[in-house]
Design a protein around this ligand. Structure first.
Ligand SMILES: [Mg+2]
Length: 281
């Protein structure tokens, strides 16, 4: 399978795709072939970005830690769902946003010039409520965000994943649980910014100036970045270095399935579809 359009931008997932994080130290180790893959994309004239689906940390957290593993990114080219939220909330004219989450969710909004409100009774109108990962959940906060939605704030979440992999098994997808709670209480549909929403790729298009059919997305999760890629019309490349094997990629319905599945990033630039793009630079 080769893309119809020469590829001009590459978007890599981080965990399980480019690198593995040591849960104890928080440091990253590049997966085999990852450093060379980034270099090959740049040598072929592509824009290169990383997009992780977590909101534990703001993007700033990742730059030095990935660089220490040999994975360098230009400023503004590491994204989280909170970055995507900040980009789209700004475009939607949302100026006052109540964040039900921690600093990983709040920082990108503040950096974008959005007024971030804590989940407590607000003075004046609230444009939107945004759920992110947090362990700081209590009834007064739930009441505050639901009251804000009843009063007209639009509800959004950074993730709808029910759980994700942790060092000791499943970790709750708290953003999605908060979103489900808001929906159950208020009846409002809760908008999703994180993967698999194609809004992440819309931001990449704005960031790189590359049209979505000329973007390739590389990731280890068939339900997240690869579903996002297919829905948006990008070229989707799965890798089996994370949590999912080839059978898991093949279990996805054909319209949302990765175009190509690789054992990892070793020899990434030697693939025939990579040469297709390189010839167009
Ligand atoms: Mg991953």
């Amino acid at each position: 399978m080769t893309p119809d359009t020469p590829i001009r931008a590459a978007v890599f997932d981080i965990d399980g795709t480019l690198a593995m994080m040591d849960k104890a130290s928080g440091t990253f180790t590049a997966l085999p072939g990852a450093v060379a893959a980034l270099a090959a994309c740049r040598a072929a004239g592509m824009a290169v970005a990383a997009y992780t689906n977590g909101t534990f940390f703001p993007p700033e957290h990742y730059y030095p830690r990935l660089a220490a593993a040999g994975l360098d990114f230009e400023p503004g080219h590491i994204l989280t769902p909170a970055s995507v939220a900040a980009h789209h909330l700004t475009r939607m004219g949302m100026k006052r946003v109540m964040v039900f989450g921690d600093e990983g969710t709040a920082v990108p909004l503040r950096d974008a010039g959005i007024e971030v409100l804590a989940p407590e009774p607000a003075d004046g109108p609230v444009d939107a409520v945004l759920c992110g990962w947090t362990r700081h959940v209590d009834v007064p906060k739930i009441e505050a965000v639901c009251n804000a939605v009843w009063d007209g704030a639009k509800p959004f979440t950074t993730s709808s994943a029910p759980f994700f992999a942790g060092a000791n098994g499943r970790l709750l997808g708290i953003s999605g649980a908060l979103a489900a709670m808001i929906h159950n209480v208020t009846g409002q549909e809760v908008g999703l910014f994180g993967k698999p929403s194609p809004l992440g790729l819309e931001m990449i298009v704005a960031l790189t100036g590359v049209s979505v059919d000329a973007i390739m997305v590389i990731g280890d999760d068939p339900e997240l970045e690869l579903r996002m890629a297919r829905e948006a019309g990008a070229f989707a490349i799965g890798v089996t270095t994370g949590l999912h094997d080839r059978a898991a990629f093949n279990a996805i319905e054909p319209a949302a399935r990765a175009h190509v599945v690789l054992e990892g990033l070793i020899g990434f630039a030697d693939q025939p579809w990579f040469e297709t793009r390189e010839g167009a630079t």
